[in-house]
Design a protein around this ligand. Structure first.
Ligand SMILES: O=C1O[C@H](COP(=O)(O)O)[C@@H](O)[C@H](O)[C@H]1O
Length: 227
């Protein structure tokens, strides 16, 4: 049985506002008992409005550690970098850049080691591509099944996207799920249709990374959706 919970909104603005409040609440709750709180945020275009609102929150920014869920293997200042995008949108926050080494493999290892100190995360927010990928876990990529094993150790890996930039870094499903709150932000009708098919256990969706997230995560996935 999927534990996913669908939260639907009439507008992207209303969705972003509710999600901003939810993320801020998770962080404040974590900081009630610890010095630092950690958060994973998605890259891509969907979170743009959310990040603008989130940046306006009255939060103890110096105590927050924010990492992207995944990164593109591109030059440090590239406009395609998720870490760069988060750093530009959230200038008060400490953003982890996953590109911590000279090769993608070494960077994945170093990123995973760095993330271990922040577990459990206060919150994980994912995005989803139109092909059903989450983070940089793409349908059909060679190491996908090991990255989706729910009982594996939390880790990071080198992913392979169908489009440029092809080489990616991604956290695996157990690392994404090593969190006290798990959500995904999705806009638009075609992505909603895919979510509905996944939740209906449509056999044609069972190889998709989003299927594994919604059916195999060991905590509820909060789906925030607006047209
Ligand atoms: O490549 C990526 O795509 C997904 C979805 O992006 P969007 O532009 O459709 O919102 C994103 O969640 C992921 O972090 C990113 O690297």
């Amino acid at each position: 049985m999927s534990q996913a919970q669908l939260h639907t909104f009439a507008s992207q603005q209303a969705c972003n506002q509710a999600l901003t409040e939810q993320l801020a609440s998770c962080l404040k709750q974590a900081l009630a008992t610890q010095q630092q709180a950690s958060l994973l945020l998605p890259g891509g275009s969907t979170p743009e409005g959310l990040l603008q609102r989130f940046n306006q929150q009255d939060l103890p920014w110096s105590q927050l550690i924010i990492s992207p869920t995944d990164e593109r293997w591109v030059a440090a200042a590239s406009q395609h970098s998720n870490a760069q995008m988060l750093a530009a949108a959230l200038p008060q926050a400490r953003i982890i850049d996953p590109r911590l080494a000279d090769t993608a493999e070494a960077a994945a290892t170093a990123w995973a080691a760095s993330m271990q100190q922040y577990l459990p995360l206060a919150a994980t927010l994912l995005g989803m591509g139109g092909d059903g990928h989450i983070a940089s876990l793409f349908p059909g990529m060679p190491n996908l099944m090991s990255a989706l094993q729910p009982n594996a150790a939390p880790a990071a890996l080198v992913g392979l996207a169908p489009d440029q930039p092809k080489v990616r870094l991604s956290l695996n499903l157990p690392m994404l799920c090593a969190t006290q709150w798990l959500g995904i932000l999705i806009f638009g009708e075609s992505k909603r249709q895919m979510i509905d098919r996944v939740l209906a256990n449509d056999p044609t969706t069972q190889a998709l990374p989003i299927y594994h997230l919604l059916w195999h995560a060991q905590l509820p996935v909060h789906i925030y959706w607006a047209p």
